[in-house]
Design a binder for this molecule. Structure first.
Ligand code: ZN
Length: 230
């Protein structure tokens, strides 16, 4: 039996990755991280998405295994970002927006790899993407491959980190969701996933809920528009 562990935040990308894994593996577990993010909307979306996924896709439901939530609030303690502190989103002098949480993906992958090791799982799946992204250096293919190598060396393991969205534009991510789960999955992603940096669940757009202004909403809206009218 093949098994995978999906880094599942409750956002559009990781929900698409979850479907991708359910399409390929016999057993799929999920892991999320409570890192002290300012808005709990993403974490609140996780159980809702898992429940709807089970209800809407009977072929996937039996493959869906344990869901894990790990505390990594060291990132909140370190702070200094717009995702962990009450501060406006702004560009830093280094050319990176202050929504960049230094070390986040490396920490997430390390914690996920340790959990996978304990669970006897060799395949990790993450939604990192270096196309249409916010310039985060820890989303790049080179970072992922180097982290995979370090984890395998440090744990004497043979983990594989799959990043099915690495080369996908946001429009292509919507298309992939449609290919995997049809209109029902697209609808679930629109309705239930949270991408917005402000955690806004009050404003509904054709692409889903969000403030409509933050860079994450902007990317999601543009990608959806391009997907609908290529
Ligand atoms: Zn937003």
């Amino acid at each position: 039996m093949s098994a995978a562990l999906v880094l599942f935040s409750g956002g559009q990308d990781s929900t698409t990755c979850l479907a991708w894994a359910l399409d390929r593996f016999d057993q799929v577990e999920t892991v999320g991280f409570d890192y002290g993010q300012r808005h709990m909307a993403e974490l609140a979306a996780r159980p809702r998405i898992l429940e709807r996924m089970r209800a809407l896709f009977p072929a996937w439901a039996p493959k869906m295994g344990a869901d894990h939530l790990l505390p990594l609030d060291v990132l909140k303690t370190i702070g200094g970002t717009a995702l962990t502190d009450e501060r406006a989103i702004a560009m830093g002098a280094n050319g990176l927006p202050n929504t960049f949480v230094p070390g986040r993906n490396i920490l997430f992958l390390t914690a996920a790899a340790a959990l996978a090791y304990r669970r006897g799982i060799a395949d990790l799946v993450g939604g990192m993407c270096e196309t249409d992204y916010s310039g985060y250096p820890d989303c790049r293919e080179s970072t992922i491959r180097a982290t995979e190598r370090a984890l395998n060396l440090g744990m004497e393991a043979s983990l594989r980190i799959h990043t099915p969205l690495m080369r996908a534009t946001k429009a292509e991510t919507w298309k992939l969701a449609e290919a995997l789960g049809g209109a029902a999955l697209v609808e679930l992603i629109v309705e239930d996933t949270v991408t917005c940096y402000e955690g806004d669940r009050a404003h509904r757009h054709d692409w889903g809920f969000g403030c409509g202004i933050c860079p994450a909403c902007d990317l999601r809206a543009k990608g959806f528009a391009k997907y609908r009218s290529p």
